[in-house]
Design a protein around this ligand. Structure first.
Ligand SMILES: NC(=O)C1=CN([C@@H]2O[C@H](COP(=O)(O)OP(=O)(O)OC[C@H]3O[C@@H](n4cnc5c(N)ncnc54)[C@H](O)[C@@H]3O)[C@@H](O)[C@H]2O)[C@@H](O)CC1
Ligand SMILES: Nc1ncnc2c1ncn2[C@@H]1O[C@H](COP(=O)(O)OP(=O)(O)O)[C@@H](O)[C@H]1O
Length: 291
């Protein structure tokens, strides 16, 4: 693990944007979501669920039709109309090698905006087409494919390869594992808040939703200073791990149980923080970031 700072509760607390009296759903931050596919519609439900439970103004879900239906059945507050967004979450539940045509068209539209991108699963390669701030969330196999490097090399030293990817692509990289590393090639932090029971399908899709919500609620701040993505991604991983711990209670967990635990984790972070961080009483328009 080297000498990386271990991201803790007091660090994470500074990256929660608490709504203020004058906020509305638009000022808090809207997350556009392009996830899911014919084979993996469930990833859309998990990411959207996790984003909503992390707290944000609105989710616009713009994935495939069947996934839209499943998302709306679970979460009728989601909007499926196009419109302005402050950040995009793209790629969970998509096939890296074979993106559906409709998804490709949606991604091209999303790239017309320059708002921050959270790229997961089958959309990691979109990073090189973006002109705005980007954070990617690969596991070691996905990073191997993205960099065209042997998967074994990445598994042996995920931290080194995350830094290499961040520097090569000029983006922030969160590489998932029992210890998760987040780096922009300059600063690197480690997060180890998750129980081993979290190694279960769909866990990464929920992480994408949590991170999407945090980025959407700090969009202006990220646009002004993309280095904030390191703290936001580490915070997402911290919340994800703590929520998994609550859901697990020392035993197996399901990902919807993890999502249900997220609001209590966020509330605990907010109640324990001292003073007023810039996320306090402000939405995405504040440029909120670390105190
Ligand atoms: N409920 C859902 O909709 C879920 C969707 N998911 C999505 O599924 C897509 C693929 O994700 P993965 O993490 O599976 O991609 P991986 O790159 O880990 O795996 C790709 C393929 O390689 C094979 N493989 C990988 N590791 C293997 C091993 N140790 N032994 C045998 N075969 C192995 C598997 O057949 C798998 O289909 C992503 O877009 C992801 O978001 C997953 O998150 C699982 C849940
Ligand atoms: N052994 C482990 N201990 C703790 N957390 C783990 C472990 N294995 C995986 N995780 C976490 O679970 C999540 C798995 O994500 P991912 O590999 O994308 O799975 P999926 O594609 O099925 O959603 C990541 O957040 C990762 O950090």
């Amino acid at each position: 693990m080297g000498t990386d700072a271990i991201w803790g509760a007091s660090d994470a607390a500074r990256f929660i944007a608490v709504p203020g009296r004058d906020d509305d759903k638009y000022s808090r931050g809207v997350l556009g979501v392009i996830t899911g596919s014919v084979h993996y519609p469930g990833a859309s439900v998990l990411g959207v669920e996790a984003a909503l439970r992390t707290g944000l103004g609105m989710v616009r879900y713009l994935g495939p039709e069947r996934a839209q239906e499943l998302v709306l059945q679970r979460r009728p507050e989601v909007v499926t109309a196009e419109g302005r967004v402050q950040a995009w979450l793209i790629g969970s539940g998509m096939d890296f090698a074979h993106r559906e045509d409709a998804a490709e068209a949606r991604i091209a539209e999303a790239l017309q905006t320059t708002v921050p991108l959270v790229l997961d699963g089958g959309a990691l390669d979109v990073a090189e087409r973006s002109s705005g701030p980007v954070v990617i969330t690969p596991h070691f196999r996905e990073l191997g494919r993205l960099l065209d490097e042997p998967v074994e090399s990445i598994a042996d030293d995920p931290r080194k390869w995350a830094i290499e990817a961040a520097q090569r692509l000029g983006i922030t990289v969160l590489i998932k594992g029992h210890t998760t590393y987040v780096t922009d090639g300059v600063a690197t932090v480690a997060v180890a808040s998750a129980p081993v029971w979290l190694a279960t399908a769909g866990a990464g899709d929920a992480l994408g939703g949590i991170l999407g919500a945090l980025v959407a609620t700090h969009s202006d701040g990220v646009m002004a200073d993309p280095s904030l993505l390191v703290g936001l991604a580490a915070t997402a991983s911290f919340i994800h791990g703590r929520a998994a711990e609550r859901a697990s209670g020392g035993g197996p967990l399901t990902i919807l149980d993890l999502c249900e635990s997220v609001p209590a984790v966020v509330a605990e972070l907010v109640s324990n923080r001292n003073g007023s961080g810039p996320g306090n009483g402000s939405g995405s328009g504040s440029g909120s970031g670390p105190a």
